[in-house]
Design a protein. Structure first.
Length: 306
């Protein structure tokens, strides 16, 4: 409410570009921040509100966030209620004439979205980046929005968007090949919360999470008992903690089920730190970019389950 109030007076006024001559852009989660960087390149100046390890479901807007949003020419967020407590403010900005774009809601075809696995009424499962073939649909809204806000850069945004689309198509092909190393019968993934159903659909995994689609949802005794039974019944050897979720709950489940927690934590609602490099099978990638995050997760899952 404080954030909304701070923005009320200035939400309708047009915003000039910053003193650098670059388009000033505000973003929410790290996946969206990276998406805009890939397409905007040097023409945009980006301020991300949520950094590595931040859980967007529980994120409480800071007073400084109001200033970032107020000064931005364009705001990009994921949508589908991923940003929890910020949703009302972001949607209100768009209604008042500010450029605030929900890239997942506007870019991904509605019939490709999954219903939540538990009573998360009013929206779809927001964890769409688990499927690179789905995430590439978010490129369009970014290219279109940046081009309208900065017409002089339209050609560059279009070229960068197309190049990034091809990069994600290549990533998807690599992912399918790497996951092919796991026998279909072994493709059962247990994580801290329900953030991997798009991943499961894309790559043929049965997915179970201790908590629901939103980490605000607490796992009850019945949920935990059923999960332990599933792990034992499928003979699952490794469970996965997530970088943006407390590992205490999933660790307790692993102990009770006689399984282990993988030494590789998965990235679900936030990417790693930019510049944090990882090398697997002779390939080095950055955990702070989307392609690197996906490669980390898939390498960790393959090595943990095969």
């Amino acid at each position: 409410m404080v954030l909304a109030a701070c923005l009320m007076a200035t939400a309708c006024s047009p915003k000039p570009q910053g003193g650098t001559g670059k388009l000033k852009v505000a973003t929410t989660v790290t996946m969206v921040t990276d998406l805009v960087k890939q397409i905007g390149g040097d023409r945009v100046e980006i301020q991300g509100l949520m950094g590595p390890g931040v859980d967007p479901h529980n994120y409480v807007p800071k007073l400084g966030d109001a200033g970032v949003l107020e000064k931005a020419d364009v705001v990009f967020y994921s949508g589908l209620h991923l940003e929890g407590k910020m949703v009302e403010t972001l949607e209100a900005m768009a209604k008042r004439g500010r450029i605030a774009v929900a890239v997942a809601e506007e870019g991904i075809p509605a019939d490709r979205l999954l219903a939540p696995q538990e009573g998360f009424e009013g929206t779809k499962d927001p964890h769409v980046w688990g499927d690179p073939g789905l995430w590439l649909h978010t490129i369009g809204p970014v290219v279109e929005t940046l081009s309208k806000a900065d017409p002089a850069g339209a050609e560059e945004y279009a070229k960068r968007g197309e190049a990034y689309r091809k990069e994600l198509e290549t990533l998807l092909a690599w992912a399918k090949s790497r996951i092919g190393e796991i026998a279909p019968a072994q493709r059962a993934l247990v994580t801290s919360h329900d953030a991997f159903f798009y991943f499961g659909r894309a790559f043929g995994f049965e997915v179970k999470g201790l908590q629901g689609v939103s980490t605000v949802t607490e796992a009850g005794i019945k949920d935990r008992t059923e999960l332990v039974s599933f792990i034992r019944g499928r003979g699952i050897r490794a469970l996965f903690a997530e970088s943006s979720v407390n590992a205490k709950g999933i660790s307790a489940v692993a102990e009770e089920a006689g399984a282990k927690i993988s030494g590789k934590t998965l990235f679900s609602d936030a990417m790693g730190k930019p510049g944090d490099l990882e090398t697997v099978n002779g390939e080095t990638y950055d955990l702070g970019v989307y392609t690197g995050m996906v490669k980390h997760n898939i390498n960790a899952i393959v090595e943990g389950l095969k």
